[in-house]
Design a protein around this ligand. Sequence first.
Ligand code: FUC
Length: 761
Amino acid sequence: MKKIIAVGLMLAATAVWAAEDSGPLKLWYNKPAAKWLEALPLGNGRLGAMVFGGVQRERIQCNEISLWSGWAEKENDRAGSYEALVKVRQLLREGKRDEAGKVAVKEFLSEKGYGKPDFGAYQSFCDVLLDFEGLPEQAENYRRDLDLATATAHVSFRTDGVDFRREYFCSHPDQATVMRFTSSGKGKISFRLGLSSLHKNHTAMASGSEVVLAGQVDTKSPAHEGMKFEARVQVRAEGGTVAADGQQLVVKGADAVTVLFVGATNYKLEYPDYRGTEPAQLNAKTLQAAAKKSWTELCAAHSADFQRLFGRVALTLAGATHSELPTDERVKQYKKAQADRGLEALLFQFGRYLLIASSRSGGLPANLQGLWNDSNTPAWNCDYHLNINLQMNYWPAGPANLDECAEPLIGWLADLRSPGEKTAKTHYNSRGWVVHHVANVWGFTAPGSARGIHMLEAESAAFICQNVWDHFAFTQDKEFLRKTAWAMLKGSAEFWVDNLQEVPGGFLAVSPGFSPEHGPLTQGTYWQVMIVHDLFTHCIEAGELLQTDREFCDKLKQMRARLLPLKIGEAGQLCEWADADLEQKVRGDHHRHVSHMYAVYPGAQILPRATPELAAAARQTLDYRGDEATGWSAGWKINLWARLLDGDRTHKLASSLIAHYIAPNLFDLHPPFQIDGNFGYTAGICEMLVQSHTGEIELLPALPKAWPEGSVTGLRARGGFTVDIAWKDGKATRWRIAAAEPRAVHIRVNGELKTVLAEKL
Ligand code: FUC
């Protein structure tokens, strides 16, 4: 029997939690933003704002996460597609991959969807434009910052001997973007405020102390009504006057001003119509409630709400930190020297900040840009890509102690099940639910049109179920497992029970299979098999925990045992395909997708200690692929190298992400901006410090030499544990594992495996 050692006894008497300070959690600049990628993001999960910080002309570019073009189609699935699927599978059995691909594109893919107007795109919302009368374009002592600790942006400067200060935040409790303008002088605040929008169908009107912009997205189709939206601003001046002038509000000679911004659409996350209350009605109610609160009360509510989430985790990395430099300069400097531990820690916390700001309960999931977008034709529709991007967005939720932020994803998936079941029936004549490469807010689950076999990624539902399972694994919330997750997992597993195909050797595999954006259609793709393996495993475990569906779970066990076994290729690589000819190109292949690394991360089938040969093959594959790629690809590789327990290589990837793929405002660049890279980075840092996918909690599994000393508190491990660690000279000097109830847990620390008692949280 293993000895249970009280945690406290292991603590080195001199150790402290906080190593050297990694510098303030602030992004700061000495000039206004000239471009969107220099502006500072605020968000409450539904409303987003980008603060430019101009002295004379201030622009706050605003978003609302549900504002989409397109519409809810009654029918996205393609009648007769199942017959085409039968043909495609037969062609693949005959080894006719090209022909199978052609039939799939011509006869199986839906004519609706991606690239068509019905699918839609995430839209810009509106801008709040402020012209401050009498202020110059440039001022002395200028500073613009975003304080991550309080989720507040500030702009301050001095002109004509008067100090001006502006503060901005997006409040979740009050569902409003709040601005406050003050100065050291009396009656010094005068401005005109207007709202503008890129949408051609809109009107703006000011009256009293409010201005309202109402609009409707153009569907370019008379048969379909576009989404309606409305923004409303209320100005509360202390001293001075407020008057309406056409489309603008005019404030003159105020001492201080509070501005409340509310915004809404008539979208409702509810299949099949996705229509809800009129935005004017929603806004009137929200504004009325927020208007009753003073600036101080609004601040206090925002701060308490945000701190509850953000304040759970602290990370300090000893070593050089350049917080004295403006953040854009700091990023430039990092490109040259990669010697700024403070920036590495800041970017970690920025990822946590962004998840809180773009994904809160009651909202939609964070899309390709979180919720920040200034275009009506954004890259990839700024949609939900399910062949890596959406999954990556939620990788940090569990380990970075932000479980609640996964709720929008869970809610959206719950809604997607109904259309997903219909698609499974029509396209696969099968039970269960399915979604493919891309999805939107309109319940689109079909294999979308136009873009060729890329659209054919039926494993996407099973892939996102990995996030759903992890939500349970981190929270241990059995009610969630019973009431919500079980139906999702079981439904997805049912789909695969009906769809796995027998391939040579009597194994089960996915046909048609496709390695994301790489290679042809085949029945020998490994990544899909890896995903189905994990789905079945999680389902079996859930069934046991919930004491339900024993027969079904037994069936899953039998089928899992027959899945195509993973293979090591002639060049020592982990094979992406069972088709030997496709593996010939492995040496020169630097494709950004490393899909068959799924079994290393986020899956856990390949483990350096338990499956060393496969782990060595995974390393070899990553070496062939190389470290360069795109923002999210670098983000994924950080997690992969951490799981392969190589701290220095992990740090190299993390440094390379900062050096190559970070904008002045710390948004990650694919390029263009894609938020998955930010979230991949943050998840990767967690994976360097704590891992918990093997039934034990490993402390500092991938600590690089560059981080000899530091501390982290509040990270989470699967099983509902919270982990604090301090380290020095690359060794843990102090740690604390806590759980809701004290219980024994296996930990691996400083090369030893121990059983310790987790403290009560
Ligand atoms: C996937 C990637 C692309 C891009 C897009 C949004 O399809 O292959 O690189 O990230 O998503």
